[in-house]
Design a protein around this ligand. Structure first.
Ligand SMILES: [Zn+2]
Ligand SMILES: [Zn+2]
Length: 179
């Protein structure tokens, strides 16, 4: 999944393009970040004189929580991945290539397999919304008691309702009036 054997494409003339539909059931993103929908889209691989260019246009969704009221939210995300992958062995001779000139480059493995899993995972992490909302006008939670203000629009507190421990805090002032 998200891995492509490009031995055939490496033998094709530069400029050759192959397209692969993506219907990935699931991909583990991170311990605290899970997909809420399969990854769908297309991967386009093209042969250049020296490499394989990969462009992935993918859609999925993330399991999030509303940043105001903490309700579960499904956040759709789209990701665009552009990578250039260089061979690690010579296609004709089967001999390892010297990779020291570009140690950071993404490499095909010894079977000419191009694995985009890590690139896609990183792109999904970057696409995570910073402040997901369950709806644009989410009212959030009551600062005093934590009640969901979406469910109780008229919610409020009289002064004497306030938890005595919080009342102490509200009277406390930095610097202390110790008169
Ligand atoms: Zn919300
Ligand atoms: Zn409250």
């Amino acid at each position: 999944m998200l891995s492509y054997n490009v031995a055939g494409l490496l033998r094709a003339t530069p400029g050759t393009v192959r397209r692969y539909p993506v219907h990935a059931a699931d991909l583990e993103i991170a311990a605290d970040l899970r997909l809420a929908a399969p990854i769908d889209g297309e991967v386009r691989l093209s042969r250049t004189g020296r490499s394989i260019l990969a462009r992935a246009e993918l859609r999925t969704a993330l399991e999030e929580r509303c940043s105001r009221c903490l309700a579960p939210v499904t956040a759709p995300v789209t990701v665009l991945v552009d990578e250039e992958a260089l061979p690690s062995i010579d296609l004709l001779t089967g001999q390892p290539l010297d990779t020291s000139a570009e140690p950071e480059a993404l490499r095909l493995d010894e079977h000419h397999e191009l694995d985009l899993t890590e690139s896609v995972r990183a792109a999904v992490v970057l696409a995570e919304p910073i402040r997901p909302l369950c709806r644009p006008d989410c009212r959030g939670l009551c600062e005093v008691c934590g009640a969901d203000l979406n469910r109780e629009p008229g919610h409020g507190h009289d002064e004497h309702d306030i938890d005595p421990r919080l009342a102490v805090l509200s009277e406390w002032r930095p610097g202390g009036d110790t008169a």
